[in-house]
Design a protein around this ligand. Structure first.
Ligand code: NAD
Ligand code: UFG
Length: 367
């Protein structure tokens, strides 16, 4: 009995793997490593002391995915795999639609073939579109303003149709607000490619001296100090939300959406201030014009998740700042250097490659 985690070597996926392993679940991870490194999973092993299987498989490769299901007894799937950059999705819409939607389609077909009908899906608060009414509750009308958001919306609808066609399915649509922070070991965290789009990794890279200063996108919103307000949620709280959703989908059938947020908004400058207070670092910034497509204020009403999943976010903004900084300062170049060492000389315990083919390879993450 195992939980399949797609996109498990990514930012939220790796933190969820830690919590699943700590809670005693067996896991199987599938990722094509387009936006992550195997090193993150070696560190998941280091944090938890538990071994597990990893398949370098692209969800678009149905035959490879079938092999994963044939070789493992999967009970439920937590589905993180997908592209996630709004700007990139505007430039490369077909790549986003194909990867995110077709990937999920192939996954569901293979799940159906093997009679696995429990799935927890990574949706996003982006499905609420340009909503200005806060707090945002699940029943508000949905819309999307870019291809990335539309993939999330379409997948939610596809999964609802799947349940309507077969009531044995059990589906949780988790709408994340703004994930931030890192595991408190400092071993795993967010490792964006190139210049970060999101606020917290931008701040930590300014603090680390990799970027000169923060540009604050607008100070003329109707908020406490004019800068944008968001519901930042610690990635470990988010990971634990997946375990609560998993318990629910394994015990019932149906399809339900849940907001995963704290219910409290912080402005950009409040986050900067909190980071400076917690770390003692100074974050130079300048105010620039609004970023196109941004809304002023966005935070969740998370009460449905509390009521139906028994889940609440517990970690505050200070912990998000201190954990993000620990990760960034311990790993100034993310996973890059460690990954090179592990691959080159095996200085650190490296994953054992058991077999490799052109399309996919299987790795046992263990000693
Ligand atoms: P991430 O990029 O770190 O992780 C996603 C993983 O999926 C990566 O490891 C990538 O290599 C893998 N992947 C992508 N396409 C794949 C494919 N076709 N086959 C196999 N693997 C594939 O992103 P994250 O921040 O951990 O986000 C996880 C999920 O949560 C995504 O679906 C994202 O859209 C969603 N989400 C993220 C945020 C956020 O701010 N981080 C907010 C809301 C929703
Ligand atoms: N911001 C800055 N400067 C920066 C980066 C961000 O001022 O360099 C501001 C933004 O204008 C916004 C706030 O910081 O007011 C948060 O911005 P992020 O880019 O970190 O997060 P968003 O809320 O814009 O977007 C996130 C995810 C999207 C998702 C959206 C809704 O990155 O994928 O939440 O769920 F679609």
């Amino acid at each position: 009995m195992a939980i399949l985690v797609t996109g498990g070597s990514g930012y939220i996926g790796s933190h969820t793997c830690v919590e699943l392993l700590n809670a005693g679940y067996d896991i199987v991870v599938v990722d094509n490593l387009t936006n992550s490194r195997l090193e993150s999973l070696r560190r998941v092993r280091e944090i938890t002391g538990r071994d597990f299987k990893f398949y370098k498989v692209d969800l678009l490769d149905q035959e490879a995915l079938i092999r994963v299901f044939a070789q493992n007894k999967i009970d439920a799937v937590i589905h993180f795999a997908g592209h996630k950059s709004v700007g990139e999705s505007v430039r490369l819409p077909l790549w986003y639609y194909h990867n995110n939607i077709t990937g999920t389609l192939v996954l569901c077909k293979v799940m159906e073939k093997y009679g696995v009908k429990n799935i927890v899906f990574s949706s996003s608060a982006t499905v609420y579109g340009l909503q200005e009414k806060v707090p945002i509750a699940e029943e508000l009308p949905l819309s999307a303003t870019n291809p990335y958001g539309r993939t999330k919306l379409m997948i939610e609808e596809m999964l609802r149709d799947l349940y309507l066609s077969d009531s044995n399915w059990s589906i949780a649509l988790l709408r994340y607000f703004n994930p931030a922070g890192a595991h408190n070991s400092g071993l795993i965290g967010e490792d964006p490619n190139g210049i970060p789009n999101n606020l917290m990794p931008y701040i930590t890279q300014v603090a680390a001296g990799r970027l000169k200063e923060l540009q604050v996108f607008g100070n003329d919103y109707e908020t406490i100090d004019g800068t944008g307000v968001r519901d930042f949620i610690h990635v470990v709280d988010l990971a634990l939300g997946h375990l609560s959703a998993l318990t629910k989908v394994m015990a019932t059938t149906g399809v339900e959406a849940y907001n995963l947020g704290t219910g409290r908004g912080y402005s950009v400058l409040e986050l900067v201030k909190a980071f400076e207070t917690v770390t003692g670092m100074r974050i130079p910034y300048t105010i620039t014009s609004r970023r196109p497509g941004d809304i002023g204020i966005c935070y969740a009403n998370p009460s449905k998740a509390e009521r139906e999943l028994g889940w609440v976010a517990e970690k505050g903004i200070e912990e998000m700042c201190s954990d993000s900084w620990r990760w960034q300062s311990n790993n100034p170049n993310g996973y890059l250097e460690e990954a090179k060492i592990a691959a080159g000389v095996g200085a650190a315990p490296s994953p054992r490659t058991l077999s490799r083919s052109n399309e996919d390879f299987f790795v046992y993450i263990g000693r």
